[in-house]
Design a protein around this ligand. Structure first.
Ligand SMILES: NC(=O)C1=CN([C@@H]2O[C@H](COP(=O)(O)OP(=O)(O)OC[C@H]3O[C@@H](n4cnc5c(N)ncnc54)[C@H](OP(=O)(O)O)[C@@H]3O)[C@@H](O)[C@H]2O)C=CC1
Ligand SMILES: O=C(O)C(=O)Cc1c[nH]c2ccccc12
Length: 251
């Protein structure tokens, strides 16, 4: 990227499409961040391309709301069938436009892997109309404003936005050796034994179980803190001077 003359930023620093109107912008990464940023850029009048190098499940907010509701009543494989059927009606065959679906169903994937579906905010309509161009191979090299892709395509861009995801920084600031946090900065132990460490250390939302997973952790932690307060009150001992510490992360 040293020779690239244009603007380069990571999604974390993206605020708006201001300054990108009329520019040719490459978005690298097709998670929820990349797909939302590509939409934002296209609406603002940027000539937008997005790198989608892997399979992904595109869903709509409405379809995913149904999936989350069905979780109380149906097993994951059945929810997958319902979701894929509804998505076929809403989107048609997404693979025609470079959005190939994984073999594993979207709900099974959410429960058993870190992969979360992409919730369409209007990006798909712009891909279908050709307003957003899909590039199906990763970056190979950059020479000046020319970007070469792994499939041999070459295109010139004025700006590149890396929506390539995040790493947890917990281990940079937290010294803990009780095995609560793993080397990757996420929970070391697996669900449902992941949330409570020693000496009032807890973690919430660190096992990639979505928004509802964070909410369950938060409830368990609040109950645990409240239980300890009650037991120290009843024995009339001085309150434990250790304050609880909660590490939170949404991924
Ligand atoms: N509205 C919402 O609900 C939103 C939710 N989120 C959530 O926040 C979290 C972070 O999302 P996000 O920032 O999108 O990150 P993600 O980790 O979800 O996605 C990263 C994307 O970058 C791609 N990528 C990584 N490295 C490269 C590379 N070298 N070349 C090409 N592609 C690459 C990945 O593809 P590959 O799979 O091939 O590695 C993937 O498509 C997720 O849990 C997401 O669901 C984020 C934004 C909005
Ligand atoms: O907690 C989760 O994993 C969720 O998927 C929460 C959720 C429920 N309905 C939605 C619709 C769009 C995006 C997320 C959700």
């Amino acid at each position: 990227m040293d020779t690239f003359p244009g603007k380069v930023l990571h999604a974390v620093d993206y605020r708006s499409a201001e300054g990108f109107k009329g520019k040719s912008v490459l978005v690298v990464g097709s998670g929820n961040s990349g797909m939302e940023i590509a939409y934002d850029l296209a609406v603002a009048g940027a000539t937008t391309s997005i790198v989608i190098r892997s399979e992904l499940h595109l869903v709509s907010k409405e379809v995913w709301n149904v999936a989350m509701t069905l979780y109380r009543y149906l097993p994951a494989w059945a929810i997958d069938k319902v979701v894929l059927l509804m998505c076929a009606v809403v989107f048609g065959d997404t693979a025609r436009y470079g959005l190939r679906r994984p073999a594993i169903g979207p709900f099974t994937a959410k429960l058993t892997t870190p992969a979360y579906p992409v919730v369409d905010v209007g990006t798909y309509a712009k891909i279908r109309s050709g307003e957003i161009r899909v590039l199906q191979a990763g970056l190979k090299s950059v020479r000046g404003s020319d970007v070469e892709f792994a499939d041999g395509q070459r295109h010139a861009f004025d700006a590149v936005i890396f929506a390539t995801g995040y790493r947890s920084t917990t281990n940079q600031w937290l010294k803990s050796d009780d095995g609560l946090i793993g080397d990757d900065g996420m929970a070391a132990r697996s669900y449902p034994k992941h949330w409570k460490g020693e000496n009032g250390l807890y973690c919430a939302g660190m096992v990639r179980r979505g928004i509802y997973g964070s909410y369950e952790d938060a409830e368990l932690i609040a109950q645990d803190i409240s239980k300890q307060r009650r037991s120290s009150d009843s024995s009339k001992k001085a309150a434990d001077p250790t304050l609880p510490c909660i590490v939170m992360h949404q991924a």
